[in-house]
Design a protein. Structure first.
Length: 259
């Protein structure tokens, strides 16, 4: 059986590809492979990661037979806990993560997207949490992560209507970071992620820590931790080298190694 997930290394960038066309459905097999790939990113971290998909669409959603196999609420909770762990682990990765959506991106794939740091979308991409069609609410954190980006009212609309929304709308809602042309989208997404991978990795990780505190306790909690987090960067080669480069050659000349 062909792999549903592929993880490639392109220098400092890891590229995780959902490769189970034509629908890239979420199955037990895909979940296992995705968990294994995330484990590799946790064990051997790159300096940035790009998550993308092959085929005409990003994903048509979850294989509904996976839900049909759950005979009790207790069994369903075990499954949902395993599913939720996937985006939670992605969100916790200590380096920039970019999700590239080139086409239709439904349910679990959208929930993975909003667990990433940044979302790039092609002009023809569409997004939806359509669990209402089977009488379910999203279980992989999509509702709450969408609310964190767009507000509670938008999250209720998105989930309760079960409609699909285009990339321009979600950019206006502050869910999608950038909408890019269809032509050359994959190349542009790789270039964007590669640029992040060549940056100050430790500083990017520090930014994620600060924002985690903000999400948990607002500006006050972030303020309690920011000076310690920032000061620790003075133990990195990247900061020391970049400061010397700035003083000697001016801004924008430093190179970073992620150390």
């Amino acid at each position: 059986m062909a792999a549903s997930i592929r993880l490639d290394r392109e220098d400092d960038l890891a590229v995780l590809t959902i490769a189970s066309p034509p629908l890239n459905l979420y199955t037990a097999e895909l979940q296992a492979e995705l968990g294994e790939a995330i484990g590799e990113l946790e064990t051997t971290p790159p300096r940035a990661a790009l998550i993308r998909a092959e085929g005409k669409i990003v994903s048509g959603g979850v294989d509904v037979s996976l839900f049909d196999a759950q005979s009790t609420a207790a069994e369903a909770k075990v499954l949902f806990d395993e599913m939720l762990a996937i985006p939670d682990r992605i969100a916790a990765l200590p380096f920039p993560t970019v999700f590239a959506a080139h086409g239709l991106c439904l349910t679990w794939a959208f929930e993975v997207a909003v667990a990433c740091d940044l979302i790039l979308a092609s002009e023809k991409a569409k997004f939806g949490l359509v669990e209402r069609v089977v009488g379910l609410t999203p279980t992989m954190g999509g509702t709450q992560r969408l609310a964190a980006r767009a507000g509670v009212g938008r999250a209720k609309e998105f989930v309760m209507t079960g409609a699909t929304y285009d990339a321009a709308t979600l950019e206006r809602w502050n869910v999608v970071n950038r909408v890019l042309p269809v032509d050359g989208f994959d190349e542009a997404a790789r270039a964007f992620a590669t640029d992040l991978a060549q940056g100050p990795t430790k500083a990017h990780a520090a930014t994620k820590k600060v924002l985690e505190h903000y999400e948990h306790g607002g500006v006050a909690e972030a303020n309690e931790h920011i000076t310690t987090i920032a000061a620790e960067l003075f133990d990195t080669e990247d900061l020391r080298g970049a400061v010397k480069s700035f003083l000697a050659d001016g801004p924008g000349k430093a190179t970073f190694t992620g150390r």
